[in-house]
Design a binder for this molecule. Structure first.
Ligand code: NI
Length: 177
């Protein structure tokens, strides 16, 4: 059965909470939560989602970079479910690029992120994994990880002039990247 949840929108308190770690990965409740988050992401053009965006304040994200109308230049990867994720920067080098968020429709902005990171997470089978991410996928991870700490990407924008309406973004910016 497919369950598609409503996406919490900016202003909802759940987007500002610190998410709780998941300790019962095998439980029916957690497995259903994972399925609902997968189904909800698949129903959108997003490249990632975090459980707080479906109003569940738990440390669960999905990274699913794929080209779409929203992100025509995104690299293709298998959707990856990450439980209790963490990361560290592999260098202090950051770069600014465009982001959007399903919880903040109609807006895009330039956000500085680490270019290269090392991540740790637990998968749906309870295995601890680590990986190194770079560029766009590292950006998506950092964006989704922020949701687990009650942060949204607009909090990281350095200059309000880096915020565009989505219609202006597609007109002016998207063809160039
Ligand atoms: Ni988001």
């Amino acid at each position: 059965m497919t369950t598609i949840a409503d996406i919490a929108q900016l202003g909802a308190k759940v987007l500002r909470l610190t998410a709780e770690p998941i300790t019962d990965i095998e439980s029916l409740e957690t497995q259903q939560l994972i399925k609902t988050l997968q189904d909800t992401l698949a129903s959108t053009q997003g490249v990632g989602i975090a459980a707080p965006q479906i109003s569940v304040s738990k440390q669960l994200i999905i990274i699913a970079s794929r080209p779409s109308n929203r992100y025509p230049h995104a690299p293709l990867m298998e959707p990856t479910v990450m439980i209790n994720p963490s990361f560290k920067a592999l260098s202090t080098l950051t770069e600014k690029d465009w982001e959007g968020c399903l919880s903040i429709p109609g807006i895009r902005a330039l956000v500085p992120r680490y270019k290269s990171i090392k991540i740790n997470y637990t998968n749906t089978q309870g295995q601890h994994l680590e990986n190194e991410l770079e560029g766009f996928v590292a950006r998506v991870f950092q964006h989704e990880f922020d949701h687990l700490e009650g942060t949204v990407y607009l909090d990281r924008v350095e200059n309000n002039r880096d915020i565009f309406s989505e219609s202006e973004y597609f007109k002016a910016i998207s063809p160039q990247i």
